[in-house]
Design a protein around this ligand. Structure first.
Ligand code: BGC
Length: 764
């Protein structure tokens, strides 16, 4: 509906009616106003399927929702590194919403995986903001192409479940920009989500819901967001302040309580009515965008979407280790599948994203449907829902393992280990599973472990097994997809969207993760995930971006379109990739940039783009990327802007953050001069680096300490403090130091020199 018409409707509303539009009518609907022809619309979780509750609403996945299709969770979809695939998943979700009359799906969830312990990591995408924002953007693109809204969430810095509704994430400006905001930025700017959900927590002491800096200054004014902001369920703190900050819709309903506060604030002149009008306009704009584009012909074809869930699952399963080519399994071998997850896969996490799946395929279901005869025996080994060693089950599993030629153990985290609402307190698998895996390895060296989990786990047996497959939480079709990967019908092509540390203690946030009481300091700063492990040269179990294939790929011919650019230019990067193996396969080409001579503290390298391509055996394809300023930039806290330092950068093509294939150097020239302010604390080395400044300061230098001739006269002095040492010491001496070292210069003269420096050299 045109803006004018919406404005006309708002003009006809009473103050009370307008206030009532700023909160939900109930758990899942916006308000309606029949008099003006305004319908109520429904919003529904998200992000990897529809949790549409027809009956009692709740935000924790307690009550039942309609039968729907559970696609792989965010941990897995991010591992696909496949934008097109997520567009397709989005299109299916969009259609499901149209069929079910859902105006907006509550997702994607892009919060950065700061620690492996976050209970909601399974829903989130990555430790890397570029990957997170690109994958989220693709999902948004797909969903919104069906005229259904998305709600990118949870904005901002909600990286733990512990005290999620009261804790304050204390983060410096540069870290916020480079890591936490960046996870939202690309998706918001490129894909324009219809709505955004603010998080529960505070950011540097101010609730996300009432944080004008993020909800208005950055989100709307900088990034051009034009949808409405809704609160996470119950995230509203002070309704009037929240509204002023840019929070349009409170969810769920406050049963009139907060609406009354809005009315009162307008009447008392504490809230401009125009602020209220703007919020209502934004909400109605989206309500009508959906209503006027309803497609009532669409049906929710659950079986078709189940097949799509399987296709997506193929690309979310990461082959982590494959010694002696134990995988794919030889079909004529006698194989044992062990572990209850083989019959009851863990394929989704708990909480608000929990889908009432219309059917679930386990790997054993899939085995029963395989046409060629594969000999697969099964033993339960352990119960999937608890950590209890069962001697009888263990014995039986060991016996079955011994009799087979190859064993696949289906291990992973029970539901209770990983859910919305709380964090894990360790990174281990249940002890009973580790014990079983080791017991099996004692009798059977040909063992593969398949993992069902939403976040990294420690693998004390990693060196002993021949194969490891990270199946993540692969959605309701995971079993069928897994079997095809294990048997080699499908070639694995997923890559880790996060680092797997060897031990929890290695993780950069380990010392400060959940913080103290209601304060969490993000002390690791920008060094999240591989940015930290790389910089510290720390070994990890599996690095970010890692994933194997049943074929092999070779990179060659890395070319840059120019050897030198200004920071305002772009450069084209091309690289050839050849499938040198004997199977068709998909490869993820990862492009990193490394600042070789930075004066600011930066990661060794950062992911700046990626592409996924499919190659037949022997086939070569050229992959092209375009890099602009942002690929070379860091956030400068003096400029409050992205800044590129003049100098050399390496452009790196890699198979993971640790496996560099090719690299080329480019020179980048900065067109922005950083502000230089001279003070009494400016050190001499900052003066020496500028000729004009040097000339201005020279009079100060006619001092004993700078006088080389004196030194030659005294042999003793020359020995005690040589020229080089003197220079080194002088380097860090502030200008005010000249007052203390026998100079005849007065304070006034020093200040005059500083004034000249600022006038003639400084640039504020
Ligand atoms: C979650 C959101 C979810 C909402 C509605 C909240 O508890 O944090 O992600 O969309 O509930 O269920």
């Amino acid at each position: 509906m045109e803006r004018e018409k919406i404005k006309e409707k708002i003009a006809q509303m009473t103050l009370e009616e307008k206030a009532s539009f700023c909160s939900g009518a109930d758990f899942w609907h916006t308000e309606a106003l029949e008099r003006l022809g305004i319908p109520a619309v429904m919003v529904t979780d998200g992000p990897h399927g529809l949790r549409k509750q027809d009956m009692e609403g709740d935000h924790l996945g307690v009550n039942d929702s309609i039968k729907a299709v559970c696609f792989p969770a965010g941990c897995g979809t991010a591992a696909s590194f496949n934008r097109e695939l997520l567009v397709e998943m989005g299109e299916a979700l969009g259609n499901e919403c149209q069929a079910e009359g859902v105006s907006t799906i509550l997702g994607p969830a892009v919060n950065i995986k700061r620690s492996p312990l976050c209970g909601r990591n399974f829903e989130y995408l990555s430790e890397d903001p570029l990957l997170a924002t690109e994958m989220a953007g693709a999902l948004i693109q797909g969903i919104q192409s069906k005229n259904v809204g998305t709600s990118i969430k949870h904005f901002l810095a909600n990286n733990q479940e512990t005290r999620r509704m009261s804790s304050s994430s204390e983060i410096d400006e540069r870290t916020l920009r480079e890591i936490y905001l960046a996870a939202f930025e690309g998706a918001v700017m490129k894909q324009k989500p219809w709505t955004l959900m603010c998080s529960y927590n505070k950011i540097n002491g101010v609730y996300a819901a009432e944080n004008k800096t993020y909800l208005t200054d950055i989100l709307r004014n900088e990034w051009g967001f034009d949808g409405y902001v809704m609160s996470d369920w119950g995230a509203v703190n002070d309704r009037v302040e929240d509204l002023k900050a840019g929070l349009d819709l409170e969810m769920p309903s406050s049963h009139g309580r907060n609406d009354a506060l809005i009315v009162q604030a307008v009447k008392e002149g504490r809230l401009k009515e125009s602020v209220l009008d703007a919020a209502v306009e934004r909400i109605l704009n989206i309500v009508f965008r959906f209503e006027e584009n309803r497609d009532r012909t669409v049906v929710f074809d659950r079986n078709r979407d189940h097949e799509l869930a399987k296709k997506i699952a193929y690309e979310t399963i990461v082959l982590l280790k494959n010694e002696e080519k134990i995988l794919p399994l030889k079909k004529n071998a006698s194989i044992a599948f062990i572990g209850e997850f083989a019959k009851k896969p863990r394929y989704q996490g708990g909480g608000s994203s929990h889908i009432n799946s219309h059917k679930v395929s386990s790997v054993m279901d899939a085995v029963s449907k395989v046409k060629d005869s594969v000999m697969i025996t099964y033993a339960k080994g352990f119960s999937a829902d608890k950590d209890e060693l069962d001697e009888t089950l263990t014995k039986e599993a060991v016996k079955v393992a011994k009799e087979a030629e190859v064993v696949v153990i289906f291990a992973g985290l029970p539901d209770s280990f990983e859910s919305e609402g709380y964090d894990r307190n360790h990174m281990g698998l249940p002890d009973c599973q580790n014990i079983l895996i080791n017991a099996i390895l004692d009798v059977q060296p040909n063992t593969v472990v398949v993992l069902h989990n939403g976040s990294p786990v420690e693998m004390p047996w990693a060196g002993r097994v021949k194969g490891i497959v990270e199946a993540y939480l692969g959605g309701q079709a995971v079993g069928a997809a897994l079997l095809d990967i294990l048997l080699g019908t499908v070639n694995p092509s997923a890559r880790l969207p996060e680092s797997f540390p060897l031990y929890l203690e290695d993780n950069p946030s380990y010392l400060s993760y959940i913080g103290e009481e209601n304060r969490v300091e993000y002390r690791e700063g920008i060094f999240v995930g591989y940015r930290y492990y790389d910089k510290k040269k720390r070994e990890v179990l599996f690095p970010f971006g890692h994933g194997l294939s049943y074929t092999t790929f070779v990179y060659s011919n890395l070319k840059l379109s120019k050897p030198y650019i200004e920071d305002t230019d772009t450069v084209e990067v091309s690289v050839d990739v050849t499938n040198t193996g004997s199977r068709k396969g998909k490869e993820v080409v990862q492009l990193y940039v490394s600042d070789k001579e930075s004066t600011v503290i930066r990661p060794v390298k950062e992911l700046r783009d990626f592409a996924k391509i499919e190659l037949k055996p022997g086939e070569t394809k050229t992959v092209m990327f375009t890099l602009g300023k942002r690929a070379f930039a860091y956030w400068n806290i003096q400029l409050h802007d992205w800044h590129v330092e003049t100098g050399a950068f390496d452009i790196i093509v890699a198979k993971s953050s640790k496996d560099v294939c090719l690299s080329q150097t480019i020179m980048v020239n900065s067109t922005v001069k950083l502000p230089m302010i001279y003070t009494r604390d400016t050190i001499f080395s900052d003066i020496f680096s500028n000729e004009t400044a040097m000339n201005i300061v020279k009079p100060l230098m006619a001092l004993e300490i700078f006088d080389d001739s004196k030194e030659e006269d005294s042999e003793v002095e020359a020995d005690a403090i040589g020229k080089e040492m003197k220079e080194a010491m002088l380097k860090y001496m502030p200008l005010r130091g000249v007052l203390s070292f026998g100079s005849s210069i007065t304070q006034e003269q020093l200040d005059e020199v500083i004034e000249r420096l600022n006038k003639e050299v400084g640039n504020l």
